[in-house]
Ligand binder design. Structure first.
Ligand code: 0T9
Length: 383
């Protein structure tokens, strides 16, 4: 492996070999130090809103078709950040920190140019398996995105295959007072480049965007498939049966990490992510603030410092300390017969919106669980 530091070649080779025998959950595997990221997975939901003006545009759209296309444009425009930004900032995909149960991340994107203020709240709702729940709200535009994320991993022909579990629901409050819902499902990932020590993500399979009278599917392909280029997609968008009227199918093609264009049902360019993105402003970042020791940057402060400064002894010592404290807490709860109480979400075995909209796209499974946001935005967001 080219990108592997000489001193870690052996451990990298045995790590990659061990992936083949592992199944299900990769998060707790110990990986060689050069591949560690100082960022916890609880920060990842911020990728949904790094172009806050595209999110806000959904609330400004004047017709159902324009609104649906605004949802699709915003969704496609998040993919570059979600799946290529670690390669850009750190040279390759890296192993994120595995969040502790109850870990929190709060952030905002300020109001600017009439787009309104957007708030982000994330809570780690399960440690084993890791599940992250989040809400992103732009109240002035009537927009609220609630979702949760988990992964099921396997290994195939040298790549890690990541099936994403979970989904997101975007609720749009219209000026008339009525609400619309959009169901978003997530792509499958292939983590490639492992043998070379420079992992990167390619998207495969498809995901769905259903709601507002429309049913859409986004197909993902890498190099050598329908366009020959990496990070390709093709979105096929149709009016919901019985709601079509004069509408015809819309097809959009391009690369999700750069730009795309209409192929039918419209003309000209569609999305373009060449403009700079805007990182979230972390609330209380690194100081805990009102979140106390469970704030992600506070919790992982010394681990992250060790990783950034190549002091892996102290990084791993601090990581073990956190893990032991967490184990101790779980043990105390078990002894007392109590369980950890979530702060912002309640688990529910089914999701009526997923069931209803999923039927239109013939999704399997026909229902999924969900984490219901308790609408308890802390004071700090109200300023
Ligand atoms: C939701 C995203 C997700 C989380 C990450 C698979 C992965 C954990 C989950 C799916 C976000 O919306 C989008 C982006 C990246 C995904 C991560 C990439 C990754 O490698 C990790 C897994 C758990 C590993 O760390 C594998 C081992 C590592 C050595 C390969 C770099």
């Amino acid at each position: 492996g080219e990108a592997v530091p000489a001193a870690q070649r052996g451990s990298w080779t045995s790590f990659v070999k061990s992936l083949a025998s592992m199944s299900g959950d990769l998060s707790s595997m110990t990986a060689p130090s050069f591949i560690l990221s100082p960022t916890s997975l609880t920060e990842f939901p911020a990728y949904w809103c790094e172009r806050p003006e595209l999110f806000a545009a959904i609330g400004d759209a004047q017709t159902p078709e324009k609104r649906y296309l605004a949802v699709v444009e915003w969704f496609i425009s998040t993919l570059k950040g979600q799946y290529t930004s670690r390669n850009e900032s750190m040279g390759s995909e890296k192993k994120p920190l595995n969040p502790a149960l109850g870990e929190l991340f709060y952030g905002t994107w300020p109001d600017k140019n009439g787009r309104g203020k957007t708030n982000l709240l994330v809570e780690q709702v399960s440690h084993h398996p890791p599940i992250t729940a989040y809400v992103i709200e732009n109240a002035s535009k009537g927009l609220k995105l609630v979702g949760h994320n988990a992964q099921k991993t396997s290994f195939s022909t040298g790549s890690i295959i990541v099936k994403q579990l979970g989904h997101a629901v975007l609720t749009v409050k219209l000026p008339s007072g009525s609400t619309e819902e959009y169901l978003l499902t997530l792509p499958r990932l292939r983590i490639e480049g492992l043998w070379y020590g420079s992992p990167y993500i390619e998207l495969t399979d498809h995901s769905n965007i259903v709601g507002g009278g429309w049913v859409g599917s986004v197909e993902y392909k890498g190099k050598g498939y329908f366009s020959g280029k990496a990070h390709s997609f093709k979105a096929t968008l149709n009016p919901q049966p019985g709601m079509g009227g004069a509408h015809k199918e819309i097809v959009i093609e391009g690369q999700w990490n750069t730009d795309s264009h209409f192929v039918s049902g419209g003309s000209g360019p569609f999305h373009n992510v060449s403009t700079p993105k805007e990182e979230v402003h972390a609330i209380g970042g690194g100081t805990g603030g009102e979140m106390g020791p469970m704030e992600t940057r506070e919790l992982w402060k010394l681990v992250a410092k060790g990783i950034r400064e190549n002091d892996f002894d102290s990084a791993s010592r601090e990581k073990s300390r956190i893990e032991n404290e967490q184990r101790q807490l779980r043990k105390e709860e078990a002894d007392k017969g109590t369980t950890w109480e979530l702060k912002h979400f309640k688990h529910s075995e089914s999701d009526p919106i997923y069931e209803h909209l999923g039927k239109l796209a013939k999704l399997t499974p026909p229902t999924e669980d969900m984490y219901v946001f308790q609408e308890n935005w802390p004071e700090t967001f109200k300023a």
